[in-house]
Write a protein that binds this ligand. Sequence first.
Ligand code: KG4
Ligand code: ZN
Length: 339
Amino acid sequence: MLLLAFETSCDETSVSVIRDGVILANIVASQIALHAEYGGVVPELATREHLKNLPRVSRAAVLEAGIRPTDVEAVAATLGPGLPQALMTGTRFAAAIAMAGRLPFLGVHHHEAHLYSPWISGNPPRADFAEFHPNVSLIASGGHTLLVHVPAELDHRVLGSTLDDAAGECFDKVAKLLGLPYPGGPLIDRLAAEGNPAAHDFPRPLLRDASDDFSFSGLKTSVRYLLHKNPSIASSDAGLRDLCASVQAAINDVLVAKLIHAARRLGVGWVTASGGVTCNRGFRHQLAVQARAAGLKVRLSEPALCTDNAAMVGILAERRFGRGETMSYDEEVRPGWKL
Ligand code: KG4
Ligand code: ZN
């Protein structure tokens, strides 16, 4: 099956072309520079950007894949969760293409798609589902922090989520307190690489809690108090690096420990992770080391596929189409869709 997939749930416009599990193209137009000026994603701007980007990103994907538009046999898009208007641009655009070609259309769940991005690898990239279940998967992005048990393909159960801020939101808010630009995660990652993670002992919220839930707002508040008491901490390069390393270590300790703890409790052999935060080099290293020690195998998305992309949407949709699932062209978007 030759499939065209769309992702527009937040601030990335992405279109992918997939044939039988092989990703022929995965183009992502990021809006980060646009939103950075406002310190976060502005929904109205995101919607306008998607509308502007969709035709040219689609054309680029079809060109890169080396196919003719008329070769496409099915169309998929992210139906939710996400920003309502942003979701509408992608799903309506996708459904219109499907309708014009009388092709099957399917809307998929953005987080379910994240669950499958770690299985995409190789050159050309392809998805290999066979041996990686059961697993426990962490999805950590700017809007969500979810721990999910995936006993088998297309089967999942949410174990826990954040009670307040998402992990990425914590990175971004701490960066803002430090006067660093949005999004804060990549910058903190870079600064932390040369800092001392033991310089400040920040709280590890819910680390020893029996639940699979997360909480990050207290950590951000601790940073705020520390800076209030000692404003000069972040004014030297070394101070800034140490602070970033200490905050990052606190976030990663919680993410890694909870992922591994859930995996051991449920007796799965694999742990996986995706979402923007899982690009973090400290996280990737820490997970690799601690999973090995716990006898667990790790599978991470490559950084380009950790963040939002249409390839993961297409890979999931392909499996669901394979089961005979389709939706009507006027299916409503689902901004608050729970996994
Ligand atoms: O998955 P994503 O691209 O978009 C959604 O939020 O859906 O995730 C973006 C989030 C931002 O909060 C950003 O600061 C964080 O992921 N992030 C990182 C890194 N790269 C992106 N956080 C920590 N370390 C990174 N290297
Ligand atoms: Zn996402």
